[in-house]
Write a protein that binds this ligand. Structure first.
Ligand code: DER
Length: 280
Protein backbone atom coordinates (compact mmCIF):
# COMPACT_ATOMS: atom_id res chain seq x y z
CA UNK A 1 0.00 0.00 0.00
CA UNK A 2 1.03 3.65 -0.37
CA UNK A 3 1.21 4.02 3.41
CA UNK A 4 3.50 1.01 3.84
CA UNK A 5 5.71 2.18 0.98
CA UNK A 6 5.98 5.61 2.59
CA UNK A 7 6.91 4.06 5.95
CA UNK A 8 9.66 2.04 4.30
CA UNK A 9 10.91 5.12 2.43
CA UNK A 10 11.11 7.19 5.62
CA UNK A 11 12.81 4.38 7.54
CA UNK A 12 15.40 3.53 4.88
CA UNK A 13 16.30 7.21 4.33
CA UNK A 14 16.71 7.87 8.05
CA UNK A 15 18.80 4.73 8.62
CA UNK A 16 21.08 5.57 5.70
CA UNK A 17 21.72 9.03 7.17
CA UNK A 18 21.71 8.45 10.91
CA UNK A 19 22.80 4.84 11.60
CA UNK A 20 26.50 5.07 10.77
CA UNK A 21 29.33 2.52 11.24
CA UNK A 22 30.58 4.39 14.32
CA UNK A 23 27.19 3.96 16.03
CA UNK A 24 27.47 0.92 18.29
CA UNK A 25 24.55 1.28 20.75
CA UNK A 26 21.24 1.82 18.97
CA UNK A 27 17.80 2.33 20.48
CA UNK A 28 14.94 0.74 18.53
CA UNK A 29 11.43 2.21 18.93
CA UNK A 30 8.02 0.60 18.57
CA UNK A 31 5.16 0.58 16.09
CA UNK A 32 4.59 -0.42 12.47
CA UNK A 33 7.31 1.75 10.92
CA UNK A 34 10.32 0.54 12.89
CA UNK A 35 10.29 -2.93 11.28
CA UNK A 36 11.51 -1.14 8.14
CA UNK A 37 14.24 0.50 10.23
CA UNK A 38 15.45 -2.92 11.42
CA UNK A 39 15.19 -4.27 7.86
CA UNK A 40 17.52 -1.51 6.61
CA UNK A 41 19.97 -1.94 9.51
CA UNK A 42 20.20 -5.69 8.79
CA UNK A 43 20.91 -4.80 5.15
CA UNK A 44 23.99 -2.87 6.34
CA UNK A 45 25.55 -6.30 6.81
CA UNK A 46 26.76 -8.67 9.52
CA UNK A 47 30.25 -7.15 9.56
CA UNK A 48 29.07 -3.79 10.89
CA UNK A 49 26.23 -5.20 13.01
CA UNK A 50 28.37 -7.76 14.87
CA UNK A 51 29.92 -4.88 16.89
CA UNK A 52 26.57 -3.27 17.68
CA UNK A 53 24.00 -3.75 20.45
CA UNK A 54 20.34 -2.86 20.07
CA UNK A 55 18.17 -1.60 22.94
CA UNK A 56 14.40 -2.28 22.73
CA UNK A 57 11.53 -0.03 23.82
CA UNK A 58 9.13 -2.84 24.69
CA UNK A 59 7.98 -6.35 23.83
CA UNK A 60 7.40 -5.74 20.12
CA UNK A 61 10.71 -3.90 19.76
CA UNK A 62 12.58 -6.73 21.51
CA UNK A 63 10.97 -9.31 19.22
CA UNK A 64 12.06 -7.27 16.18
CA UNK A 65 15.69 -7.25 17.36
CA UNK A 66 15.73 -10.94 18.31
CA UNK A 67 14.03 -12.09 15.09
CA UNK A 68 16.51 -10.05 13.04
CA UNK A 69 19.32 -11.89 14.90
CA UNK A 70 20.78 -8.61 16.10
CA UNK A 71 22.50 -8.41 19.48
CA UNK A 72 20.00 -7.47 22.21
CA UNK A 73 21.08 -5.17 25.04
CA UNK A 74 19.28 -3.33 27.80
CA UNK A 75 19.37 0.23 29.01
CA UNK A 76 20.86 -0.83 32.39
CA UNK A 77 23.98 -2.07 30.59
CA UNK A 78 23.95 0.81 28.06
CA UNK A 79 22.51 3.91 29.77
CA UNK A 80 24.03 6.12 27.08
CA UNK A 81 22.86 5.40 23.55
CA UNK A 82 24.47 6.61 20.32
CA UNK A 83 21.20 7.07 18.45
CA UNK A 84 17.56 6.14 18.98
CA UNK A 85 15.22 5.80 16.01
CA UNK A 86 11.47 5.56 16.52
CA UNK A 87 8.04 6.11 15.02
CA UNK A 88 5.52 8.79 15.93
CA UNK A 89 1.78 9.35 15.83
CA UNK A 90 2.03 13.01 14.79
CA UNK A 91 4.84 15.55 14.44
CA UNK A 92 4.25 19.32 14.38
CA UNK A 93 6.19 22.17 12.73
CA UNK A 94 8.48 22.45 15.75
CA UNK A 95 9.33 18.70 15.89
CA UNK A 96 7.14 18.25 18.97
CA UNK A 97 5.39 14.91 18.63
CA UNK A 98 2.65 12.75 20.01
CA UNK A 99 3.78 9.20 20.73
CA UNK A 100 2.11 6.31 22.49
CA UNK A 101 -0.39 5.18 19.87
CA UNK A 102 1.17 1.78 20.48
CA UNK A 103 1.25 2.29 24.23
CA UNK A 104 5.06 2.18 24.41
CA UNK A 105 5.90 5.81 25.06
CA UNK A 106 7.35 5.40 28.56
CA UNK A 107 10.28 3.24 27.50
CA UNK A 108 10.50 5.16 24.23
CA UNK A 109 11.03 8.41 26.13
CA UNK A 110 13.64 6.76 28.38
CA UNK A 111 15.62 5.69 25.30
CA UNK A 112 15.07 9.01 23.54
CA UNK A 113 16.61 10.81 26.53
CA UNK A 114 19.39 8.21 26.77
CA UNK A 115 20.40 9.25 23.24
CA UNK A 116 21.27 12.57 24.76
CA UNK A 117 24.26 14.41 23.42
CA UNK A 118 23.69 17.19 25.92
CA UNK A 119 26.09 19.98 25.18
CA UNK A 120 25.24 22.99 27.34
CA UNK A 121 26.65 25.85 25.33
CA UNK A 122 25.89 29.49 25.91
CA UNK A 123 26.10 31.64 22.83
CA UNK A 124 27.52 34.78 24.45
CA UNK A 125 26.18 37.15 21.82
CA UNK A 126 22.53 36.22 22.24
CA UNK A 127 22.91 34.82 25.78
CA UNK A 128 20.92 31.81 24.63
CA UNK A 129 21.32 28.56 26.53
CA UNK A 130 21.33 25.83 23.90
CA UNK A 131 19.52 22.97 25.51
CA UNK A 132 19.75 19.39 24.43
CA UNK A 133 20.58 17.88 21.09
CA UNK A 134 19.19 14.37 21.42
CA UNK A 135 20.29 11.83 18.81
CA UNK A 136 16.64 10.92 18.53
CA UNK A 137 15.26 10.47 15.02
CA UNK A 138 11.63 9.98 13.99
CA UNK A 139 10.35 8.01 11.01
CA UNK A 140 6.74 8.09 9.80
CA UNK A 141 4.39 8.03 6.86
CA UNK A 142 2.87 11.18 5.38
CA UNK A 143 -0.22 10.96 7.61
CA UNK A 144 1.89 12.00 10.62
CA UNK A 145 3.35 15.17 9.10
CA UNK A 146 1.33 17.90 10.83
CA UNK A 147 1.39 21.56 11.80
CA UNK A 148 -0.47 21.49 15.11
CA UNK A 149 -0.58 18.35 17.26
CA UNK A 150 -4.02 16.83 17.56
CA UNK A 151 -5.25 18.00 14.17
CA UNK A 152 -4.31 14.73 12.44
CA UNK A 153 -3.93 12.23 15.31
CA UNK A 154 -7.31 12.76 16.96
CA UNK A 155 -7.47 10.04 19.57
CA UNK A 156 -5.70 12.25 22.09
CA UNK A 157 -2.44 12.41 24.02
CA UNK A 158 -1.57 8.90 25.28
CA UNK A 159 -0.91 9.00 29.03
CA UNK A 160 0.43 5.98 30.94
CA UNK A 161 -1.08 5.86 34.44
CA UNK A 162 -0.99 3.52 37.40
CA UNK A 163 -4.26 1.50 37.45
CA UNK A 164 -5.05 2.54 41.03
CA UNK A 165 -5.29 6.22 40.03
CA UNK A 166 -6.97 6.09 36.62
CA UNK A 167 -10.43 7.29 37.71
CA UNK A 168 -9.01 10.27 39.60
CA UNK A 169 -6.76 11.13 36.67
CA UNK A 170 -9.68 10.96 34.24
CA UNK A 171 -11.58 13.43 36.46
CA UNK A 172 -8.58 15.75 36.63
CA UNK A 173 -8.02 15.58 32.87
CA UNK A 174 -11.66 16.47 32.28
CA UNK A 175 -11.09 19.57 34.46
CA UNK A 176 -7.75 20.33 32.78
CA UNK A 177 -9.41 20.70 29.39
CA UNK A 178 -9.99 17.18 28.07
CA UNK A 179 -13.62 16.22 28.80
CA UNK A 180 -13.34 13.43 26.22
CA UNK A 181 -10.39 11.70 27.94
CA UNK A 182 -10.99 7.94 28.07
CA UNK A 183 -9.35 4.79 29.34
CA UNK A 184 -7.93 2.85 26.35
CA UNK A 185 -9.83 -0.42 26.10
CA UNK A 186 -8.30 -3.57 24.57
CA UNK A 187 -9.69 -5.01 21.34
CA UNK A 188 -8.61 -8.67 21.64
CA UNK A 189 -9.17 -8.91 25.38
CA UNK A 190 -11.96 -7.86 27.73
CA UNK A 191 -10.96 -4.80 29.76
CA UNK A 192 -8.33 -2.04 29.35
CA UNK A 193 -5.02 -2.12 27.46
CA UNK A 194 -2.15 -2.96 29.84
CA UNK A 195 1.29 -1.53 28.98
CA UNK A 196 4.60 -3.47 29.05
CA UNK A 197 5.02 -1.90 32.49
CA UNK A 198 1.67 -3.19 33.82
CA UNK A 199 -0.06 0.19 33.68
CA UNK A 200 -3.17 1.60 31.97
CA UNK A 201 -3.24 4.07 29.09
CA UNK A 202 -5.59 7.07 28.94
CA UNK A 203 -6.14 8.91 25.64
CA UNK A 204 -6.80 12.60 26.27
CA UNK A 205 -7.74 14.89 23.36
CA UNK A 206 -7.21 18.60 24.09
CA UNK A 207 -8.54 21.61 22.15
CA UNK A 208 -6.32 22.89 19.34
CA UNK A 209 -5.42 26.12 21.12
CA UNK A 210 -3.89 24.10 23.97
CA UNK A 211 -1.87 22.04 21.50
CA UNK A 212 -0.38 24.99 19.56
CA UNK A 213 2.45 25.19 22.01
CA UNK A 214 2.43 22.10 24.25
CA UNK A 215 5.76 22.88 25.81
CA UNK A 216 7.58 25.95 24.60
CA UNK A 217 7.64 28.33 27.49
CA UNK A 218 8.38 31.94 26.67
CA UNK A 219 9.72 34.01 29.57
CA UNK A 220 7.75 37.15 30.13
CA UNK A 221 9.35 40.02 28.12
CA UNK A 222 9.49 42.15 31.25
CA UNK A 223 11.49 39.54 33.09
CA UNK A 224 15.18 38.76 32.55
CA UNK A 225 15.94 36.07 30.00
CA UNK A 226 17.15 32.59 31.12
CA UNK A 227 18.27 30.76 32.98
CA UNK A 228 14.87 30.28 34.62
CA UNK A 229 12.24 30.70 31.88
CA UNK A 230 10.22 27.83 33.30
CA UNK A 231 9.60 29.62 36.60
CA UNK A 232 8.73 33.14 35.44
CA UNK A 233 5.81 32.22 33.13
CA UNK A 234 4.25 30.27 36.01
CA UNK A 235 4.56 33.37 38.18
CA UNK A 236 3.19 35.63 35.49
CA UNK A 237 0.63 33.11 34.25
CA UNK A 238 2.28 33.30 30.82
CA UNK A 239 3.04 29.62 31.00
CA UNK A 240 -0.56 28.74 31.81
CA UNK A 241 -1.62 26.78 28.76
CA UNK A 242 1.85 26.24 27.34
CA UNK A 243 2.75 24.07 30.33
CA UNK A 244 0.37 21.34 29.19
CA UNK A 245 3.05 18.63 29.32
CA UNK A 246 4.05 19.61 32.84
CA UNK A 247 0.49 19.97 34.12
CA UNK A 248 -0.45 16.49 32.93
CA UNK A 249 2.76 14.96 34.23
CA UNK A 250 2.18 16.46 37.69
CA UNK A 251 -1.20 14.74 38.12
CA UNK A 252 -0.69 12.11 40.84
CA UNK A 253 -0.52 8.64 39.32
CA UNK A 254 0.64 9.73 35.88
CA UNK A 255 3.68 7.70 34.86
CA UNK A 256 4.50 9.31 31.47
CA UNK A 257 2.90 11.58 28.88
CA UNK A 258 3.03 10.85 25.14
CA UNK A 259 4.24 14.36 24.28
CA UNK A 260 7.88 14.47 23.18
CA UNK A 261 8.70 18.16 23.03
CA UNK A 262 12.00 19.61 21.81
CA UNK A 263 13.55 16.15 21.74
CA UNK A 264 13.69 14.90 18.16
CA UNK A 265 16.73 15.90 16.12
CA UNK A 266 15.01 15.15 12.81
CA UNK A 267 11.84 13.61 11.42
CA UNK A 268 11.55 11.75 8.11
CA UNK A 269 8.19 11.37 6.35
CA UNK A 270 7.70 9.18 3.28
CA UNK A 271 5.31 10.76 0.78
CA UNK A 272 2.87 9.11 -1.63
CA UNK A 273 4.82 10.41 -4.63
CA UNK A 274 7.99 8.63 -3.55
CA UNK A 275 9.65 11.75 -2.12
CA UNK A 276 10.77 12.21 1.48
CA UNK A 277 10.01 15.25 3.65
CA UNK A 278 12.56 15.98 6.36
CA UNK A 279 11.97 18.26 9.34
CA UNK A 280 14.89 19.21 11.55
O1 DER B 1 3.58 4.23 20.30
C1 DER B 1 4.43 4.86 19.62
O2 DER B 1 4.89 5.97 19.95
C2 DER B 1 4.89 4.24 18.34
O3 DER B 1 6.10 4.81 17.95
C3 DER B 1 3.79 4.36 17.28
O4 DER B 1 2.75 5.17 17.70
C4 DER B 1 4.30 4.84 15.93
O5 DER B 1 3.27 4.64 15.02
P1 DER B 1 3.44 3.75 13.68
O6 DER B 1 2.86 2.41 13.96
O7 DER B 1 2.67 4.53 12.68
O8 DER B 1 4.92 3.65 13.36
Amino acid sequence: SAVEASKRLAAWTAVDRHILPEHKVIGIGSGSTVPYVVERIVAQGKAVNKDRVFIPTGFQSKELIVNAELLLGDVDQYPVIDVTIDGADEVDHDLNCIKGGGGCHLREKVLAEAADTYVPTIERSAMIMRSTDYSFVLVADYRKNSKVLGTMFKQGIPIEVVPFAYTKILQNLHLLGSPRAVLRMAKAKAGPVVSDNGNFIIDAPFPEEMMQDPYTVRPSPSLPFPPFPLIFPMLTGLGEHTQLLTRIKMLTGVVEVGLFCHMAKAAYFGNQDGSVTIKW
